[in-house]
Design a protein around this ligand. Structure first.
Ligand code: TYD
Length: 206
């Protein structure tokens, strides 16, 4: 039985990481086979790449180098973890996937959505999520949440407001472009409400 592949996307501080844990708990309580993972990361080599890309000390990384590091770690993560889990019938919940590259590197870093898409084709072999849930929240609100939390601030969080604004606009562009696949939820609500909106979407595929 083929599983399902759900990705969570949204600006920094939009609550994906908290909500994905609640979703895991709820789905496991229903007795389902759930695999929760994240990008960049999810497997050892990709977690190591994550530390390099997100290290605030690596200030001068060239945008295409950054995009390729994300794509390379995505490739390995997909082959080692995501694909086998889907083939075994699991519900795979992934915190960020290729859309993050289209938006952060394509729009935020100004490489262009098309070019970043092409760079990623080798990485994902045409495997797109069954459904992508977009956590819609003004980027300023997301950044304020990060400021107030005890989470370690990474290199991308530290980018200018202009960058985060571009990222948000990028998300609006791909929400339109992939309107069949990407569904928006209101991430400014309470964690419980956000979790419920995400569950309502996932349950349609169970
Ligand atoms: P994330 O794990 O969501 O960070 P956090 O849980 O700390 O909010 O993502 C890390 C950062 O990496 C985030 O700022 C977005 C960025 N990113 C890209 O720029 N391109 C990508 O392809 C991916 C997967 C993430």
């Amino acid at each position: 039985m083929q599983g399902i592949f759900i990705t969570l996307e949204g600006p920094d501080g939009s609550g994906k990481t908290t909500v994905i844990q609640l979703l895991e708990e709820r789905l496991k309580n229903q007795g389902r086979n759930v695999v929760v993972t994240r990008e960049p990361g999810g497997i050892d080599i990709a977690e190591q790449i994550r530390r390099v890309i997100l290290d605030p000390k690596n200030t001068a990384m060239e945008p295409r180098t950054e995009a390729l590091l994300y794509a390379a770690s995505r490739r390995q993560h997909l082959i080692e973890k995501v694909k086998p889990a889907i083939e075994q019938g699991a519900i795979v919940l992934c915190d960020r996937f290729v859309d993050s590259s289209l938006v952060y590197q394509g729009v935020g870093r100004k490489i262009g959505i098309e070019e970043v898409y092409d760079m990623n084709m080798f990485a994902i072999e045409g495997i797109f999520p069954t459904k992508t849930i977009f956590f819609d929240i003004p980027y300023e609100v997301g950044l304020q949440r990060i400021d107030k939390s005890d989470r370690i601030v990474d290199r991308l969080d530290m980018e200018s407001n202009d960058f985060h604004h571009l990222v948000y606009q990028g998300y609006m562009t791909i929400c339109d472009k992939y309107s069949d696949r990407i569904e928006k939820i209101d991430a400014s609500k309470s964690i419980e409400e956000v979790c419920q909106q995400a569950m309502d979407i996932i349950e349609k595929y169970l």
